[in-house]
Design a binder for this molecule. Structure first.
Ligand SMILES: *Cc1c(COP(=O)(O)O)cnc(C)c1O
Length: 330
């Protein structure tokens, strides 16, 4: 299949670990729970974007580019991992971050700076608006920039999660472990679209359940974006399959106070996992998704015979920029 010939650069220690969360499962009294630790992939605090970047930066190098540009919020995990990936590949990295430069250089922003990225603040401009402009400027000085979309979510990036499902299938077989569900934080579609393609290829009986983290429908409704990206990703990797809306399980009942707003659900999830298993979640993505999974377990969504795998997608550096929200009421 074409999937085996796509350009790729190695950025992570793979496979990422899978372990069982016995104490928390006993506490909740529901299904068995496993966790897959993409937060531990080894690239500058890890996270799910690293898998996408192995293919995106691989393509940038194959095209002879010498710089990458991407964008996100001030505390973007994607931007921090892009900065690290660019450093590994020897490429210049330009990041367009939302809003004005904050007073506190902390969390991912601190890491962006340490990793050598050139940061451009978007100010009044809308999401991603300046990216083509900066690319043009770089070209005019003789550079060859490669543009990476928000969240690394195009078919090239999503392929990282097609491969991740192959990795998981091999790992589960070695562990002699069957799972019934995968639960994780879903935002810019790349992770879930890649998982959907990869699940059909490698673990067809497993249900992929995305927990929506934010509601940005400036382009298409979320399910439609998912269908388009999954179909394009299947084509990109040379897999004969098509997707329709009903192929995606997406839960949007956990949006809370909106993107990046920490509420009780997130705070409790962080404490519960930290205090039962010694594992840290991030406040924006994984805490919301884990809190949602706990809620679904309490509501009886899964049977005792099920085995749910929580995919830890990273993001832990932002814990440090949420100190006030996380320990306030202790
Ligand atoms: C980006 C991100 C996600 C969501 O991944 P998408 O591919 O954008 O849906 C989940 N968790 C963390 C920590 C992230 O940084």
């Amino acid at each position: 299949m074409r999937i085996d010939t796509l350009p790729r650069i190695s950025l992570a220690f793979l496979p990422t670990p899978v372990t069982e969360l016995k104490r928390i499962a006993a506490h909740l009294g529901g299904p068995r729970i496993l966790i897959k630790r993409d937060d531990l992939n080894g690239l500058a605090f890890g996270g799910n974007k690293t898998r996408k970047l192995e293919f995106l930066v691989g393509e940038a190098l194959a095209q002879g580019c010498d710089s990458v540009i991407t964008g996100g919020s001030a505390q973007s995990n994607h931007c921090r991992q892009t900065a690290a990936a660019a450093a590994v590949a020897g490429l210049e990295c330009h990041l367009v971050l939302g809003g004005e430069e904050p007073d506190a250089i902390t969390g991912n922003l601190l890491l962006d700076r340490l990793l050598g990225a050139k940061v451009h603040w978007s100010g009044q401009y809308r999401k991603g608006e300046q990216i083509p402009h900066i690319a043009e400027q770089l070209r005019s000085t003789g550079k060859r920039p490669y543009v990476i979309p928000y969240g690394g979510s195009n078919p090239v990036g999503a392929n990282g999660f097609v491969e991740a499902m192959r990795e998981l299938a091999i790992q589960l077989e070695k562990m002699r472990q069957l799972i019934t569900h995968i639960v994780f934080a879903s935002s810019s579609c790349g992770t879930q679209a890649g998982m959907a393609v990869g699940a059909r290829l490698f673990v067809p009986k497993v249900k992929v359940v995305g927990i929506r983290i934010d509601k940005d429908e400036t382009e298409l409704p979320f399910e439609e974006q998912m269908v388009v990206l999954a179909n394009d990703t299947a084509k990109h990797v040379g897999a004969q399959m098509t997707f329709v809306k009903s192929d995606f399980e997406i839960r949007d009942g956990y949006l809370g106070g909106g993107y990046g707003v920490v509420g009780d659900l997130e705070r409790n999830a962080i404490r519960l996992l930290a205090r039962t298993e010694g594992i840290l979640l991030d406040p924006v993505y994984t805490a919301r998704a884990f809190g949602a999974m706990v809620d679904l377990i309490k509501k009886g969504e899964f049977s005792k015979d099920d085995c749910v795998l929580f995919w830890h997608t990273g993001g832990t550096p932002t814990l440090f920029s949420y100190a006030g929200e996380l320990v306030r009421s202790q």
